[in-house]
Design a protein around this ligand. Structure first.
Ligand code: IPM
Ligand code: MN
Length: 376
């Protein structure tokens, strides 16, 4: 029996291609694992009305961790039209499977490292000293899915009772009103903020920054700041401060080397992590771990890139680096270091790289090159 059971979730589009690439590296490095395929993605929405069938989550529960490729998401109307005819009138609603996985497995910590690889021509302004890890809360905030529209008179009245500002919307008819909530719990705030500080302490990092907007989002932002200040006091060796989300967008472009660890609620973390990824090469490199207390799902941050599907054109480095995070999670530290080295050498030499790095190599050729360099 293999040492590890890994749920293998390629998903849609180029997700399948980049996962093939990751498999080349795992096999070449002889990761002692059994890979169990899981159905997930657009195909299963269209055929079964569920992009994340129960058999997949059941299977995942028998594994140590998962690697996930990418999935296609489309607006609600298009999603309905693509269902097989017999499912069309069933009132089904499409929800992003990755967002569901994060919630259902309580994978509260979305860790997104953005580390400049020396010699990467895509590093912002040639900077090589960028090393920013984003800790994005992954189960609540604006992603909690608590939304209303049309809004009932009862809800309007209830909101008006507790929130004076609701008066500006009382005359708007319910059908012309839409409300999306941003939910922050103390527990949710505490565990992501603690994860960020623990990471900083473990890796000797000296700075942790909270990304928020408490001057406008007074309740939720206020709670985040309160919890942040309390936890920061437990880590006196670390300099902690908060930046507003808009301002940090500017600062990150201007002087990214000033930041080490960022922590944010779900949506701010989503936005800021795309920005950070672009500082060090963009989505071809952006990788992440969705980590909970008992389980974790690793994934590249990019989508399924339908226009490139079947072309084996996209950079597999993001997925291979997600694979590195998976190795670290499993305790396979030497293998993780080899993968990092393999990617770094491949980028530095730029002999076998994809179009984003100025090359002409195909996805799987890059994987072979990374493996060769990892084995050196
Ligand atoms: C990400 C993605 C997802 C998100 C999408 C695909 C739902 O953008 O992982 O950052 O918004 O979280
Ligand atoms: Mn995103």
């Amino acid at each position: 029996m293999a040492k590890y059971r890994i749920a293998w979730l390629p998903g849609d589009g180029v997700g399948k291609e980049v996962m093939e690439a990751a498999k080349i590296v795992f096999d070449g490095l002889k990761l002692d694992a059994e890979y169990i395929h899981g159905d997930i993605g657009w195909e299963f929405w269209c055929k079964e009305g569920d992009p994340l069938p129960k058999r997949t989550t059941d299977m995942m529960k028998t594994t140590d961790a998962a690697l996930f490729g990418a999935i296609t998401s489309k607006p609600q109307k298009e999603a309905k039209n693509e269902l097989v005819p017999e499912l069309r009138d069933k009132g089904l609603t499409y929800f992003s499977p990755i967002v569901r996985l994060r919630q259902e497995f309580d994978l509260y910590c979305n860790e997104r490292p953005n580390i400049a690889i020396p010699g990467n021509p895509l590093n912002l302004n040639g900077k090589e000293d960028i090393n920013i890890t984003v800790f994005r809360e992954n189960t609540e905030g604006s992603y909690a899915g608590v939304e209303y529209g049309p809004v009932s008179d009862e809800l309007k009245a209830a909101l008006a009772k507790d929130s004076p500002k609701m008066k500006f919307f009382m005359d708007t008819p319910g059908e012309d009103l839409a409300i999306s909530t941003r939910i922050i719990t103390r527990k949710g705030a505490e565990r992501i903020i603690r994860a960020a500080f623990e990471h900083a302490r473990k890796f000797g990092k000296k700075k942790v920054t909270l990304v928020e907007k408490p001057n406008v989002l007074r309740k939720t932002g206020g709670l985040m700041v309160e919890v942040f200040e309390k936890i920061a006091a437990e880590y006196p060796e670390i300099t902690a401060w908060f930046d507003n989300v808009d301002a940090i967008g500017m600062w990150l472009v201007k002087c990214p080397e000033k930041y080490e660890v960022l922590v944010a609620e779900n949506l701010f973390g989503d936005i800021i992590s795309d920005l950070c990824s672009q500082l060090v090469g963009g989505l071809g490199f952006a990788h992440s771990g969705n980590i909970g207390s008992n389980y974790a799902v690793f994934e590249p941050v990019h989508g399924s890139a339908p226009k490139y599907t079947g072309m084996y054109k996209v950079n597999p480095m993001a997925t291979i680096l997600a694979g590195k995070m998976l190795c670290t999670y499993l305790g396979e530290h030497e293998m993780a270091a080899r993968i990092q080295k393999g990617v770094e050498l491949t980028v530095k030499e730029r002999k076998v790289v994809t179009y984003d790095l100025g090359g002409t190599a195909k996805t799987l050729e890059v994987a072979e090159e990374i493996l060769k360099n990892a084995l050196k």
